[in-house]
Design a protein around this ligand. Structure first.
Ligand code: ADP
Length: 269
């Protein structure tokens, strides 16, 4: 369980997150959504301890993050952030092995137990065949799987992901989120695509200008009126085979009435 209370953050004089309360419940997937620049990444970084809140505090399973060492945080939280390590010369398996770092003592060697975790993590993401390949030469989808395996090898109860579906084709987007959802651990994920959020999250927190516009179960937060106000785009919500889907229309797109009167307008000119 991850909880944040009254979180605030500024870059210099610019306040970008204001008084945000967030609650990632055990075993559930919490999606952070909101327009570009609304503060999703900044909030996520506070939740995994990469940024210290200017005000407020984050707790993991009731323990204030600020009281934990970097190593203790990494034993509790695994972060999968925008593709990292692309230039390194590590193999995929070596990349995954980095996830064991927080569990190794100083000067302690990588042992059979660590090797087992690496193997299991790669197997979980369907990546055993990638083990000996150079990480840098993998496709975007393969890299994402390896980075998730690295987070899994960290054997934490919480995983935080920033836009994990970026640059992935539609099938990989679904495969990856299905995989994450199936882990059964507490997940916080930044997502741009509201239909993916609808499908793979349990709860959502919608940010607007660094403040919480709505939070709660997916069904409540994906309210067309609310989304129209926050994103400035027409939203229709439909139910297909019991699944919620959103359809979008730009506000300045010609509406049906205008389209039907076009021939008339053309004749007038
Ligand atoms: P989102 O993830 O919703 O796109 P971000 O948290 O990345 O939002 O950014 C929130 C705001 O903070 C934006 O206005 C962005 O330009 C600004 N910002 C993000 N990172 C930095 C930084 N390192 N320095 C200064 N401003 C930043």
């Amino acid at each position: 369980m991850i909880r944040g209370h009254g979180l605030c953050f500024s870059y210099g004089a610019d306040r970008v997150v204001t008084d945000v309360d967030v609650h990632a419940r055990p075993g559930r997937v919490l999606g952070l959504i909101g327009p570009n620049g609304s503060g999703k990444t900044t909030l996520l970084r506070m939740l995994y301890g990469a940024l210290a809140p200017e005000a407020g505090a984050v707790e993991v399973d009731g323990v204030p993050l600020a009281t934990l060492s970097v190593r203790q945080v990494a034993q509790r939280l695994a972060a999968v952030v925008q593709e990292t390590g692309g230039e390194s010369s590590l193999t995929a398996a070596e990349m995954v092995a980095l996830g064991r770092g927080p569990h190794l003592g100083t000067f302690q060697r990588f042992g059979a137990e660590d090797e087992r975790h690496v193997r299991e993590a790669l197997a979980t993401v369907g990546g055993l065949a990638l083990a000996a390949r150079p990480f840098a030469a993998l496709s975007g989808g393969e890299k994402q799987r390896v980075l998730i395996a690295r987070a899994l090898a960290q054997t934490t109860d919480h995983m935080l992901l920033d836009e994990p579906t970026n640059h992935l084709d539609i099938r990989y987007q679904h495969d990856l989120l299905k995989l994450v959802r199936g882990l059964g651990i507490t997940v916080v994920v930044v997502l741009h695509d509201l239909n993916l959020a609808a499908r793979y999250c349990d709860d959502l927190l919608l940010l607007e200008g660094g403040k919480v516009a709505a939070s709660g179960p997916v069904d409540d937060v994906l309210d067309p009126g609310l989304l129209e106000a926050v994103y400035g785009i027409g939203v229709r919500r439909v139910n297909v085979d019991g699944e919620l889907h959103l359809l979008f229309r730009s506000h300045d797109a010609p509406d049906a009435a205008l389209l039907s009167s076009l021939p008339e307008l053309t004749r007038m000119s």
